[in-house]
Each structure stands twice: as C-alpha cells, then as structure tokens.
Design a protein around this ligand. Structure first.
Ligand SMILES: Cc1cc2nc3c(=O)[nH]c(=O)nc-3n(C[C@H](O)[C@H](O)[C@H](O)COP(=O)(O)O)c2cc1C
Ligand SMILES: [Mn+2]
Length: 490
C-alpha cells in the first residue's frame, strides 16, 4: 500500500487513531515547541501525529510529527502491518535492494495540472507570513521551515531532491543551507563554476510520503533525478511532477504548498542558530539567500513541519534513512560484517557495528573502516563494535558488552582530529572557510572506537580470553519458543 499524498496518509492514520487534533488556539512560538517537547518526553517515539487546527494569526493547520516513528516510516515505505512491528532493520532491508539496483528505477513523468496549483500567489501576494512558521526553539535565530523538499536542477545532472531547512529572514527571503558535501551544495558549486549568480529552487512542502524517505536519504548518485527514480521503483509507479510557474523547474505534483524562487549564490546573510538534531543550537553562519517569487498551493493546504532537538523527535527519525548508502558500503568493506545501527541516543554521531569475529583484530579493523572514510569519517564521533550475540538495537545490551568485553587500555582506539560536520557539538575547532568548502565551515574532532567484541587469549597484549556468557543453550531456547503459548506467560 502506498499513499499518493501526505493527505491520504493522514486520513489513514486518523482512522487508526494515530492523529491528535488540537482545537484550542495555540501560540506558534510559545506553545507548539513546548507541547511537542512534553509529548516526546511522555510518549517517546510512540507520540502520535499532532494537528494544530487553530494557530494564532495563521489560517493554515499546522501538522507535526508525521514521520516521527519507525512505524510511520514503514508505512511511507509501503510496508504492511506497520503498527509496532518494524524495527529500523526491517525497513532498511525493505528499502536497500532498491538503492542498489538502478535497473529497477522508474523515471518521473510530467503532469499538466495538480491540486498544488489551485491557488497561485505572485508579487505582493507571495508572502511567507501566510505560513504557520515560527521559532520552534527559543534559541532559533528566526522562524524555520523545517521539512522543505528542495528541488534543484543541473543542466547535465538533472534534478536533485533534498531536504535543507530554511530560516525566514523576511516575507520574501529565507536562508539556503545545503552544506558543501550535500548534493545541493555540489549543485550550487557547479552553478557558480558556470558563472551563475543565481540558481532556481523550488521548495515542496507536504508531499507523497515515500518522497520524504528519498529527500533525506544519501543516494548512490548525485542528482540525475535519482530520488524521484528511486521512489518510482519503491512505489511501482512514476513520481508525478508538475512545471513551476515562474522558474524552469518541476516539483512533486502531490505537494500541499510550493515555493518558487532563486538562490542568490553571491549574496549572504547570517543564518541560525537552529535547534539541531544533535540537541544543541547550531552556529550562526553566513549563508546564501533564497528570494521567493511565487507560492502555489492547494485551496486549503496543510502545513507540515518538525521541531527537532528532542531525541524522540521527528527530525531524528527522519535522519534514520540517511546512512543507507554508507551501510551498503560497510557491508562490503568490513570483514565479518553483520549489521550496523545508529542509536537515537547517539544523534547520528555514534554507530554500533555487529560482526562475526573469527580472528583476533577483526573488531579493530571494523572500527577503522567505519570511522575512516566517507560518511563515517565526516559524521561519526564514536563507533562501537560487538559480536553476534549482542542485540545492537538495545543500548542495554551494547553497554553490557562495552563494560564487560573492553579493557580500555587495549581496546579503545583514539583517532586524530579530522574535518567533521559543522554541526558536531563535541568538535574543538572550526576550520577557516575557504572557497573550496562552499557554504559550510567544517569542525575538527577526534574519534573513538570501542572494541567490545569477545577477545581471544592471544589478542592484543592479553593472556586471557573473555569468559563464556551464562545463558540457556540455543537448542533449548528454540524448543521452548516453539511451545511458548502452552505456558500462558504472555
Ligand atoms: C528535518 C531535516 C532537516 C535537514 N536540514 C538540512 C540542512 O539544513 N542542510 C543540510 O545540508 N542537510 C540537512 N538535512 C540532511 C539532508 O536532508 C540529507 O543529508 C539528504 O541526504 C540531503 O539530500 P542530498 O543527499 O540530495 O543532498 C536535513 C535533514 C532533515 C531530516
Ligand atoms: Mn541527492
């Protein structure tokens, strides 16, 4: 089952009792962030979708937390029987074959008309003040559009569809922050190299749920319509795009709202801070600006956004699909690789890797591979490697392995500082901004690898192996699982 639009998914979720409507008037700035924070504290990743129907000073309903649970992610990815049944691993295994196999990808199609054209606002009428967009955290430098699907087009490389949040400077201007390593950053650098002073940008808000997965995933390609083609394969039908009114660009026809305009590559304005997925306020930096030309939308659009700094927030769940391509790479490169997981508590800066270790040293090889290249190099502060008997989706079990299988002097690797993501809160220093770095400064941070695998007696300065664990035999466990219902213990 796939939902052709976010609207249809909300209708389904509401029938399932997974949507809460808040009818009383709320203040966008003072109330919404605090309500969502308290909801995440109380319900964690079981928090429902929330629709604020009556936001002071705005006509549009404000929808929060649509993608704030793995169950709803599974639903967006077309998986059945979603409620409470999927872990990250199942979703990843469902999606991953399609990121590998581009022969199954389906090109998008252009349609003539779409509901997002019911209202067209140009000139004075194109006003960002219509949107229920606020400072979601008191530390935010301005109101933030937090779930924008940014469509860019490169003459050679076609469309790229990526999510880069936007701070509103005024009624017709926002910031544009696609960091240099992102496809959006690469598109901008290429436009600059061609001598362009501006770059067309269309911002889709509230679109087909499967497209949300693609907008936050690192694809195996840059641009070339890969996000749209991938979603075509996932849903089994081409993504429908519709032409923009004022720029040479195409946007998902399923959108509730579309902003059209241009990124001014040479203009820049202070942007930030923003309450980031790390749980910290990001830094204020000079960033290019986006100038709005036109808003197109449905007659009664719903505005969808996220607040992000809480560990259980939608923003973090949205980051889950990001390392898919990295996972594929690790699968090939780490000896004995079985699985890997980025626990929410680690805010994307920590990975737990599971291996089948056959020889001494394999744990440390895994750590060096994970921390030493690409996405792992630029995003991770820490990696932990464990054996197959440890459930990497349970931090309880992972920490048990760390405390009982790791002799810190022998099993902790400290790697020297390297350039990491500008948002890394642990980083010690910021590199000076150079022309090659594009829009984002990088930070410097060292890395730690923790080898929490069981050790051989012959391994790394030891003369004693990790003892055997105490638990029932696997045969007995299997047999008992088979007749479990007889005992009435559930
Ligand atoms: C809510 C949310 C906001 C994001 N904001 C930004 C951002 O402002 N800048 C950025 O470079 N990446 C941001 N990301 C991460 C990108 O969406 C992600 O890396 C994606 O792969 C980018 O698309 P691309 O690979 O086509 O560049 C954000 C992700 C989420 C879930
Ligand atoms: Mn991309």
């Amino acid at each position: 089952m796939f939902f052709p639009s976010m609207r249809e998914m909300l209708t389904y979720l509401e029938a399932e009792g997974d949507v809460k409507r808040i009818k009383q008037e709320v203040d966008g700035e003072a109330d919404v962030g605090a309500i969502m924070w308290e909801l995440y504290n109380r319900r964690g990743s079981q928090a429902p979708v929330v629709i604020f129907e009556n936001v002071k000073g705005r006509a549009m309903p404000l929808v929060k937390n649509v993608y704030g649970s793995l169950e709803r992610w599974a639903l967006a990815a077309g998986m059945e029987a979603w409620r409470g049944q999927h872990r990250y691993k199942e979703i990843r295994e469902h999606i991953m074959p399609l990121t590998h196999d581009q022969s199954r990808w389906i090109d998008p199609v252009i349609v003539k008309d779409a509901p997002c054209k019911e209202v067209i606002l140009k000139g004075e009428g194109a006003d960002l003040g219509l949107l229920p967009v606020f400072r979601w955290h008191p530390s935010d430098g301005g109101p933030y559009i937090t779930l924008p699907g940014c469509v860019l087009r490169d003459p050679e490389w076609g469309h790229n569809f990526g999510m880069y949040r936007m701070m509103i400077h005024d009624r017709g201007t926002t910031g544009f922050v696609a960091n240099a390593a992102q496809d959006g950053g690469i598109f901008a650098a290429r436009a600059k190299q061609r001598g362009q002073k501006t770059m067309d940008l269309a911002v889709a808000i509230g679109f087909d749920p499967a497209l949300y997965l693609a907008a936050v995933m690192k694809m195996p390609e840059v641009g070339r319509d890969c996000e749209f083609r991938f979603v075509g394969a996932l849903t089994g039908r081409p993504v429908e795009l519709v032409h923009c009114e004022t720029i040479e660009m195409e946007v998902p026809a399923s959108s509730e709202i579309v902003l059209e305009g241009q990124v001014h590559l040479e203009a820049s304005r202070l942007e930030g801070p923003f309450g980031e997925f790390t749980g910290y306020a990001g830094e204020q930096m000079n960033q290019p600006i986006f100038k709005l030309r036109c808003i197109t939308m449905r007659r009664h659009p719903s505005y969808v956004s996220t607040t992000s700094a809480h560990y259980a927030s939608e923003c973090l769940a949205l980051h889950y699909p990001q390392p898919t391509a990295w996972y594929n790479k690790m699968k090939r490169e780490i000896v004995g690789f079985r699985d890997a997981f980025f626990p929410m508590a680690g805010r994307m800066l920590l990975v737990v890797i599971q291996i089948k270790k056959r020889y001494p040293g394999w744990g440390k090889q895994a750590l060096l591979t994970a921390l030493g290249s690409g996405f792992g190099m630029s995003i991770l502060n820490q990696a932990i490697v464990v054996d197959e008997d440890v459930d990497i989706y349970s931090l309880e079990e992972v920490m048990w392995a760390v405390t009982t299988r790791c002799d810190p002097e022998l099993d902790v690797l400290i790697l020297p500082p390297v350039a990491v993501n500008a948002l890394n809160p642990a980083a010690r220093a910021r590199l000076p901004k150079g022309p090659e770095l594009g829009y984002t400064d990088f930070n410097l941070c060292s890395k730690m690898g923790i080898d929490a695998t069981k050790k051989f007696a012959s391994e790394a300065g030891r003369s004693r192996a990790t003892p055997e664990t105490s638990r029932p035999g696997e045969k007995d466990l299997q047999r008992i699982r088979g007749i479990w219902s007889q005992f009435g213990l559930d």
